[in-house]
Design a protein around this ligand. Structure first.
Ligand SMILES: [Ca+2]
Ligand SMILES: [Ca+2]
Ligand SMILES: [Ca+2]
Length: 298
């Protein structure tokens, strides 16, 4: 039973607790609010979840392969697509799955509006980073996107995933999406970001409705089309596109049933070894490297 003395002791501690709470809020709003940082082995990913900047940094052994990767959407009768961060930002959380003191998993949650009861859908993005050993130049990033229809009727939803990766080496990158769901960006025989999108809850085709391999010299660029304030429908541009500053985008058009969700799992596999490692790769190490990464994933 709580005594008066105990209550008084609690009351005396209260100002200190409030100060501590204020300090924690301050830390969260100044250093941690905008940017989510994931780390694992040789790899580090930074995502600004509160702006269209999105994922802006993916360093592998110090080399940054990502200029931007982010999601846009167009729902119902919206007249232009909007970046996913323009939804109500519920929050994010970290997970350190392997208890090495580094958070390699981040979960970001958005919903239609600040009013949870009035919102018809939520969107969650779960990133899981899997680094390679130091100097390997290899890393893997998974992104699981779930659009959940929390309303009582079907929801018309278009989801766009845009990716602008960069690879080392001169001469520009080559990008292709031969089957629609498998964007591949390469530079020379070794450097690459090999992506695959897998629909994990079935609504219509397992393939995207639109996909385009793009170049920074396109007019307008893929990014410009997603941000121009007009409704965009992607075509089917499989490429390969000629060497340059490559990007790509995919579009999923789905009617999501009441209480159902549309889920896509992306896997981005990057290989950007430093020149010293290339000699090793030249004698057949690339397959070993790739299988080592895969083994870690199981
Ligand atoms: Ca960890
Ligand atoms: Ca547009
Ligand atoms: Ca690029």
């Amino acid at each position: 039973m709580e005594t008066i003395a105990a209550r008084r002791a609690c009351a005396r501690r209260l100002p200190a607790l409030l100060t501590l709470a204020a300090a924690i809020v301050l830390i969260a709003s100044t250093s941690d609010a905008d940017t989510i940082v994931l780390r694992d082995m040789n790899s580090r990913v930074e995502t600004n979840w509160q702006s269209p900047t999105g994922l802006f940094d993916w360093k592998i052994d110090g080399f940054d392969v990502a200029t931007r990767q982010w999601l846009w959407y167009r729902q119902g009768s919206m007249t232009s697509e909007q970046s996913i961060d323009s939804l109500y930002r519920v929050g994010y959380s970290y997970t350190d799955n392997n208890s090495d003191g580094l958070n390699e998993e981040g979960l970001i949650t958005y919903r239609e509006s600040s009013d949870a009861l009035a919102s018809r859908f939520t969107v969650t993005i779960r990133y899981i980073l899997q680094g390679g050993s130091a100097g390997s130049g290899a890393a893997d990033l998974q992104m699981a996107v779930s659009v959940a229809n929390t309303s009582g009727s079907a929801l018309s939803f278009r989801l766009f995933n845009y990716a602008d990766f960069q690879l080392p080496g001169a001469g520009g990158d080559i990008v292709s999406i031969p089957d629609g769901n498998d964007p591949l960006q390469t530079q020379g025989p070794v450097y690459k970001v090999d992506s695959i999108a897998q629909v994990t809850s079935f609504y219509g085709s397992i393939f995207p409705d639109g996909y385009e391999a793009g170049m920074a010299t396109d007019s307008p660029t893929l990014l410009a089309r997603l941000t121009d304030g007009a409704a965009t429908t992607l075509g089917t541009v499989a490429g390969p596109r000629s060497p340059g500053d490559a990007s790509w985008a995919q579009e999923w058009d789905r009617s999501i049933g009441a209480g159902q969700s549309f889920d896509v799992l992306y896997d981005f596999n990057a290989i950007v070894p430093e020149p010293a490692t290339l000699a090793f790769l030249a004698i057949g190490g690339a397959a070993l490297l790739r299988s080592a990464i895969r083994r870690r994933g199981r």
